[in-house]
Design a binder for this molecule. Structure first.
Ligand code: ADP
Ligand code: ZN
Length: 605
């Protein structure tokens, strides 16, 4: 519902913008047209000063009209036509000299001089100026309208869930699965919001800002909504990227309005998503960045500014804590930080169960083992898996969602959709079979690599085939050996192509990309190189790299190559040694297209 309203709003806004732009262009054209016409008319009736002097000497002039203090005079030529037709405008460079010249003519020839002391009728003058300024005024009005529609005005400063009439975001802590410790940490915020008075009476300061760190989809918005829901206070939300505007000063003004609104609604929660969009480190540069600085400064001012009796708690979310300006983290601002991790085994099981509540699910489904298959998935991804599973189950007329449906959904999300209809040539099939068999066989001989779960040459997504590994362990650290062996497993595909078909293909491009990334991170992030040592080349600003000298880049490049080459050679050695296994797996793949874990393991007995 809210989304649709939003879309309608957006549509209206865009339409108004379009109309305003058309009017603006029209007004500009009209203004130009009239301006040009006036210019031409003026030109026609203008006479050059030198010409005037000649005419004056030849006694062609009847009358001169001057206004004190103005260099522009009106001369009326002798003639029969209407006086207006005969009157021209002349710009006089030096009135003093001109007056002397004219004086002579007045004395000798009786030339009429009409010298006005006062300026032209002041009322006439203002209307005149007003008229000439009309296009400008219109344009300014239009600009203001555009600004307003862009959200400077009224109602676009944060969506409000809840509010006086309906004090609910509709979300409670029970809707957030897992994250027990985090909920425990945040439950006191609920209490602050419910009974601010008892805390204030005790002399306790209510925290103002809480920063939630975590990957996208880990449930930061959800938990913030749940806090508001539990406390029964309004939830005002806005995304950091919405503050970033092309018009200078707009971001800051939005921050101000957001807090004004919150003050009226206190006690309440303000939720700023993607705060890194405004809260990234301030720089000294100009342009868009200084606009950013203004927005951030305003946020700091607002956070420092609310009185202790205003119970407003600002929750902000980011997945890039290292980007944030240190000033944001000072006491009185976002001085509490809560990390929202990707769910562990128990967390994933709880999330899966929670999201199955409103779905028809086969009672045979084992959530524990599904949780085991989805290490690294965020809450949002798990919710997505179950939704895909429901779609798959509906499409193939299942009574309820089965384990198989869920597994297919996981595959669809991780490797892409099966492409049964893609026509694959025999040659490509053979290449893919050897490539995937290469990965699988090499992994089997690497102690740190997890077991193969499925090997297939059915195209999925962009890949011609895939090798799926079991993910049965939540790991916190990864050892150097494991990274090295991971690279060997990745090189297994290309090595198999080379050994069995004496040809290499583009099919290995992704493997190579991933392996290169691992090698680079080992050297520049994890300090795992004997040659480079325990050094981190992760920097915030490119210029910082200069501090390490130029040699280090050559060294990194060389060492990346050394690591990859080693991995490739190792993969080849393993495959040469177990050539008959490689052939067996590849031929079985060509015959059956997919090999399960059990079948694969029988080759090694
Ligand atoms: P974030 O704000 O961290 O990017 P969201 O809070 O928007 O993530 O999460 C997106 C969706 O993922 C939620 O609406 C919810 O359906 C699901 N989700 C994420 N984490 C959880 C969780 N711990 N329990 C239940 N659902 C979750
Ligand atoms: Zn591969």
């Amino acid at each position: 519902m809210a989304d649709r309203d939003n879309n309608e709003d957006k549509f209206k806004r865009n339409l108004m913008l379009l109309i305003a732009s058309i009017i603006a262009v029209f007004v500009l054209c009209v203004a130009c047209f009239f301006g040009y016409k006036m210019y031409l008319e003026g030109k026609e009736k203008e006479v050059a000063y030198t010409e005037l002097i000649t005419d004056l000497n030849e006694s062609k002039i009847e009358k001169i009209k001057m206004t004190a203090g103005s260099a522009s005079i009106k001369v009326t030529y002798k003639g029969e036509e209407k006086e207006e037709e005969r009157t021209k405008t002349v710009l006089v460079p030096s009135l003093q000299a001109f007056m002397e010249l004219v004086q002579e003519k007045v004395d000798k020839e009786g030339l009429k001089i009409d010298l006005k002391q006062e300026p032209i009728n002041p009322v006439l003058r203002t209307t005149d100026t007003l008229f000439s300024m009309l296009p400008t005024i219109l344009l300014v009005v239009l600009m203001l309208m555009i600004f307003k529609m862009q959200g400077l005005g009224g109602d676009n400063n944060g969506k409000v869930y809840g509010g006086e009439e309906n004090k609910k975001t509709g979300v409670k802590f029970e809707d957030v699965a897992g994250l027990d410790e985090e909920k425990g940490e945040l439950i006191e915020i609920v209490d602050f919001l419910k009974n601010p008075k008892s805390y204030l009476d005790m002399g306790a300061k209510i925290p103002r800002g809480i920063l939630l760190y975590g990957k996208p989809g880990t449930g930061k918005t959800l938990i913030a909504k749940a806090i508001a829901g539990e406390a029964g206070v309004p939830f005002i939300s806005m995304s950091g990227s919405e503050f970033i505007e092309m018009f200078a000063g707009l971001g800051a003004s939005r921050v101000r309005k957001l807090f004004e609104k919150a003050k009226k609604m206190a006690p309440c929660i303000i939720f700023i998503d993607e705060i890194d969009a405004i809260g990234s480190r301030r720089t000294s540069s100009s342009g868009a960045e200084s606009e950013n600085n203004q927005t951030l400064n305003q946020l700091l001012v607002e956070m420092d500014g609310f009185a202790s009796n205003e119970t407003i708690i600002v929750l902000a979310a980011t997945n890039r804590p290292e980007m944030l300006d240190k000033a944001l983290l000072r006491p009185g601002r976002f001085d509490r930080q809560v990390t929202i991790p990707t769910p562990d085994l128990n967390g994933r099981e709880a999330i899966l169960k929670l999201h199955c509540k409103d779905k028809k699910i086969d009672p045979e489904v084992d959530f524990r083992s599904l949780a085991g298959d989805t290490a690294g998935f965020t809450g949002a991804e798990l919710a997505n898996v179950l939704n895909e599973a429901a779609i798959i189950a509906t499409r193939i007329n299942h009574e309820a969602i089965t384990r198989e449906d869920i597994e297919n959904a996981i595959k669809k999300i991780t490797v892409g959709l099966e492409k049964h209809n893609r026509v694959v040539s025999e040659k490509d099939k053979k290449l893919t079979a050897y490539h995937e068999a290469g990965h699988a066989v090499v992994s089997k001989f690497l102690p740190t690599q997890t077991d193969v779960k499925e090997v297939s040459i059915i195209p999925r997504g962009l890949a011609g085939g895939y090798t799926m590994y079991k993910t049965n362990e939540d790991k916190f650290y990864i050892s150097r050996t494991e990274l090295l062996e991971k690279m060997v497993a990745l090189m297994g595909g290309r090595a198999a192509e080379k050994i069995s078909l004496n040809e290499i293909s583009t099919g290995a491009s992704n493997d190579i990309e991933v392996a290169t990334g691992i090698a680079r991170d080992m050297l520049t992030v994890y300090g795992m190189s004997d040659v480079l040592g325990q050094i981190s080349l992760k920097v915030d600003e490119p210029y910082e790299l200069q501090m390490y000298g130029e040699n280090i880049f050559n060294e990194v490049g060389e060492q990346v190559k050394v690591l990859i080459d080693k991995a490739y050679v190792t993969a080849q050695q393993i495959l040469i040694e177990h050539r008959e296994l490689l052939d067996k797996v590849a031929l079985t793949l060509l015959e059956k297209e997919t090999i399960s874990e059990e079948e694969f393991n029988t080759f090694f007995e």
